[in-house]
Design a protein around this ligand. Structure first.
Ligand code: VG1
Ligand code: CO
Length: 543
């Protein structure tokens, strides 16, 4: 057993964003770049001597290189055991589950999620803590601080690492256990949902498409949907994880999952369509002829969750990120349970879940999940939908209409302006921030501003405060526009503009979304001067 100490100097900019450190592969491939960051993690995170570390990733280009390095470094840094998915594969929710199930002190998840993969694309590293969830801000701040002073990283002098065979071997004083990436997770899903009811519905003709987008969920979808639930072979499409995700953008939205959308709007569409993202934590839900916005999906799942065995006893509470529509709040009110509004990013749900204050959480960006793990979970959402449809025997469209007729409808869209010049994006935010105090009472077309502020979150569990989490313009009557800059991009800045309009149950609940949001889109332009600052007259992506 020989530990090598490599001298190093800090790299600039190793600050984790919304979900870990994300950079271009060529940045990560610089000698020592990934190692500096991983050593900073090992130097600051809470762990007793001799604990277990989980390592896995979404299979993208550069995964195996960094995983081999991380294993040698873990051995040199006093871990007793590493659990690593076969082939280096673990979806983000599966990694969260493995951390919890085996009592690990934490895990490294190698993923840039929905960002494209390949030699010229993106890579990322995220650290999750012992509860299975993303490290909270206090921890990521400490990791970042450490990256600025780091002067050495440690590595066990070991040769090639075999990730392809299930089994245990030793590196220095540490055990490396290569595990089946799918089995534990599939068992967990089977324990939560009414698989016999879903199987019966499949026997009765229920059909679906699951698009794994050539990313990590292929093997999970095939095992659960085709093998355990009996959907016909071919139900899972693009089911083999590829290092470049087949050249696609594994972001499950109407733009990037266009083929699925077309299939679900066709005359011969199956009952249900779904997709997931690069690392398996997001979900897109489309019924035959009916797209469900992620915000609505959260609300509809919460309203019907009691039909799944795991949630039959009811929900403790519902949390949503601030830009997510208020549809879920209405469900919480009807159920007589608390609702919470957190900043963007799953790390803010961890304390609420750990404290037993909420059961279900969601984000407008197609992330939904529950207290079964501490990450959002794409296949979980798909299975809860299937469970509900199977038990109720109705279509997605019928369920949506019934929901809106009871709770009213929150029309919703997000407009993304990608790879905008950073200085221009910062100027837009600075100018709008300065204007906020004077906005209340002003009118923009038919809309009058009720409240305008910059969202600050105080965590109800530990009292920690997170400021500057998005600019909110709330109009009288419940409509709003939110502006924030993405924390996951790797090129320039991405401006996200979130638009929401509420129509009560006796209002226009069967209209087209763009028309319903037209006044808000115009107000957003006047408020923020989007085209003046960015030179863009239309968003790159509308979801
Ligand atoms: C985006 C989404 C956010 C999500 C985050 C990580 O962040 O808006 O809701 O939690 O990605 O998801 P941002 O800062 O770019 O808006 V994933 O699936 O990329 O890990
Ligand atoms: Co993701």
């Amino acid at each position: 057993m020989t530990i090598i100490t490599h001298a190093t100097t800090p790299f600039d900019g190793q600050k984790p964003g919304t979900s870990g450190l994300r950079k271009k592969v060529r940045v990560f491939a610089q000698p020592g770049y990934a190692e500096n960051f991983i050593q900073a993690v090992f130097d600051v995170v809470e762990r007793a001597p001799g604990t277990t570390l989980v390592i896995g990733g979404d299979g993208r280009f550069h995964n195996r290189v960094v995983i081999a390095s991380a294993i040698r470094m873990a051995a040199a840094n006093g871990y007793a055991r590493v659990l690593v998915g076969q082939g280096g594969i673990l979806s983000t929710p599966a990694a969260s589950h493995v951390i919890r199930k085996y009592g690990a002190s934490g895990g490294l998840i190698l993923s840039a999620s929905h960002n494209p993969a390949g030699p010229d694309e993106d890579f990322g590293i995220k650290y999750n803590i012992a509860n299975g969830g993303p490290a909270p801000e206090g921890v990521t701040d400490a990791i970042f601080a450490r990256t600025r002073t780091i002067d050495r990283w440690l590595e066990e002098d070991a040769g090639a690492i075999d990730l392809d065979h299930i089994g245990t071997y030793r590196i220095g004083a540490m055990d490396v256990q290569v595990i089946d990436p799918v089995a534990d997770y599939a068992d967990l899903m089977e324990s939560l949902f009414d698989f016999p009811a879903i199987r019966a519905a499949v026997d009765g003709g229920l059909r679906m498409i699951f698009d794994a987008m050539s990313a990590v969920t292929g093997p999970y979808g095939t095992e659960i949907l085709e093998r355990r639930l009996g959907f016909p072979a071919g139900t899972v499409r693009n089911g083999t994880p590829l290092e470049d995700f087949g050249g696609h953008h594994p972001d499950p939205n109407l733009v990037h999952a266009h083929e699925l959308y077309e299939a679900m709007m066709a005359a011969d569409a199956p009952d249900f369509g779904a997709a997931s993202d690069g690392d398996g934590d997001r979900n897109l839900i489309i019924g035959r002829g009916r797209f469900i916005t992620p915000s609505d999906s959260l609300a509809m799942l919460a309203a019907n969750a009691h039909l799944a065995p795991a949630y039959a006893g009811g929900l403790k509470g519902i949390a949503r990120s601030m830009p997510t529509s208020a549809a879920a709040d209405r469900v919480a009110a009807a159920l007589g349970i608390p609702s919470f509004e957190t900043p963007t990013g799953w790390k803010f749900f961890g304390n609420l879940l750990d404290a037993g204050m909420v059961t279900i959480c969601g984000e407008e960006s197609a992330g939904t999940g529950s207290d079964h793990v501490r990450e959002k979970d794409g296949l979980w959402a798909v299975l809860l939908w299937l469970n509900i449809l199977a038990v109720r025997g109705i279509s997605v469209d019928a369920l949506a209409r019934e929901h809106w007729a009871r709770f009213g409808r929150n029309y919703y869209a997000r407009h993304d302006y990608e790879a905008v010049d950073s200085a221009a994006a910062n100027a837009l935010i600075a100018e709008l921030t300065a204007a906020l105090p004077g906005l209340a009472g002003r009118s923009f077309g038919p809309l009058t501003v009720a409240v305008a502020d910059s969202f600050t979150y105080e965590d109800p569990v530990d009292g920690s405060v997170s400021a500057n989490q998005g600019l909110r313009i709330l109009f009288e009557g419940g409509s709003r526009v939110v502006f924030r800059l993405s924390g996951t991009g790797t090129e320039g800045a991405t401006l996200r503009v979130y638009l929401e309009r509420y129509e009560p149950a006796d209002g226009a609940i069967d209209a087209e979304t763009p028309a319903m949001l037209a006044d808000l889109i115009a107000a957003a332009e006047t408020l923020a001067g989007i085209s003046r600052h960015t030179g863009r007259t239309r968003p790159d992506v509308v979801t």
